[in-house]
Write a protein that binds this ligand. Structure first.
Ligand SMILES: [Mn+2]
Length: 353
């Protein structure tokens, strides 16, 4: 049995000249998904210069300010899934996700040829390579290939994408964020080794820019709104942020994570009206609260879920959704009604368990 790294090399080197490679990742890619995809793109080009084209596709949005910064700083060539035609690609590789057509990758159901992932998902079927490991980051797996090949980085051509320091920076950000700086429970010795390996290769200035990403003004404004609106009962805090634009949706989990650190607070619910839905992020450090059922009791089983102290909800507003014809007064009334219902329900569920 050859190692996954040598199997990957064998497959890529064996591709006929003119072949195209599609690299697919999560619909809403996080830094690990993007770092691992960039690493795979680099390996494909280095291992087989006769490949006609290798492209990364994603089906959703890149909206978190750090993820946007990563795309800009590294010049990531992320392409929209709309432009992906399976007929044009001889080989399909999925990274940081294993199944297509469901869960984190719903935008296509094409059958992959190669799977590189670290989630608890193990789709059946024949694949050229299925490398799924319980490990800190998908970027670690890709980095381990890079290490194993011992490629000579001096001889790569000088086009931007083949710049290994950029690739190493992307992979390093992937490991850093997915493992919370190597502190998450699923971290393995290989994560540490790859982290150290990448530190030597990465571009420190770009790394700094991504880690200390610029925070957009709207986030400060929404934080101010959330702090003004927050209601606390015992160890529970609820904060309604109001009616916000879909492009600002990421503020909700960011504010939830921040409020969870407040002294004396164990449970956080942050929510807003985004488009035609109430969108919410829930957090708890209280082991007595089972997050999934907490979410279901507050927002309904159909529209919410959670695990391990972390939950989310997306509840359709239906008929009362404010639209472009709604007056400010109507919008305020809708928000006021939503706020009253959600706050009341959270505190009721929290107090009755
Ligand atoms: Mn990951």
């Amino acid at each position: 049995m050859s190692s996954p790294a040598s199997r990957f090399r064998e497959v890529i080197e064996g591709l006929a000249p003119g072949m195209r490679v599609a690299i697919l990742t999560q619909d809403n890619p996080d830094p690990d998904a993007m770092g691992a995809a960039l690493g795979v793109l680099y390996l494909c080009r280095r291992l087989n210069p006769d490949i006609e084209e290798a492209s990364i596709f994603y089906g959703g949005t890149i909206s978190h300010p750090q993820n946007k910064t990563m795309v800009n700083v590294l010049g990531l060539p992320m392409r929209k899934m709309k432009t992906f035609d399976p007929d044009n690609y001889g080989i399909v590789i999925v990274v940081d996700v294993a199944s297509t057509g469901r869960k984190n990758l719903q935008s296509t159901d094409v059958k992959p040829d190669i799977i590189i992932d670290h989630h608890r998902d193990d789709p059946e079927g024949d694949y050229l390579l299925k490398d799924i490991r319980p490990i800190g980051a998908a970027s670690t797996i890709v980095t381990s290939y890079l290490r194993e090949y011992g490629l000579d980085f001096e001889t790569g051509d000088d086009s931007t994408l083949d710049d290994v320091s950029k690739v190493a920076t992307g992979l390093l950000v992937g490991i850093k964020t997915d493992t919370q700086e190597l502190t998450s429970p699923n971290v393995t010795p290989l994560d540490f080794q790859c982290y150290e390996y990448l530190l030597k290769l990465c571009e420190r200035k770009k790394l700094y820019q991504i880690i200390n990403y610029t925070i957009p003004h709207y986030l400060y404004q929404l934080k101010a709104t959330a702090y003004k609106a927050l209601e606390i009962q015992h160890a529970v805090v609820v904060a309604g942020v109001g009616i916000i634009a879909p492009s600002q949706r990421d503020a909700i989990p960011i504010i939830a994570d921040e409020l969870l650190r407040m002294e004396g607070i164990e449970t956080v619910v942050v929510y807003a009206i985004v488009g035609d839905r109430i969108t919410s992020s829930l957090r708890t450090t209280n082991d007595g609260i089972e997050m999934n059922s907490f979410c279901h009791q507050v927002f309904g089983e159909e529209f919410s879920g959670g695990k391990m102290g972390c939950g989310g909800a997306s509840v359709p507003l239906g008929f009362i959704t404010p639209d472009e014809h709604s007056t400010d007064k109507t919008r305020d009334s809708v928000w006021e009604a939503v706020r009253a219902v959600v706050n009341h329900r959270v505190f009721r569920v929290a107090s009755t368990g």
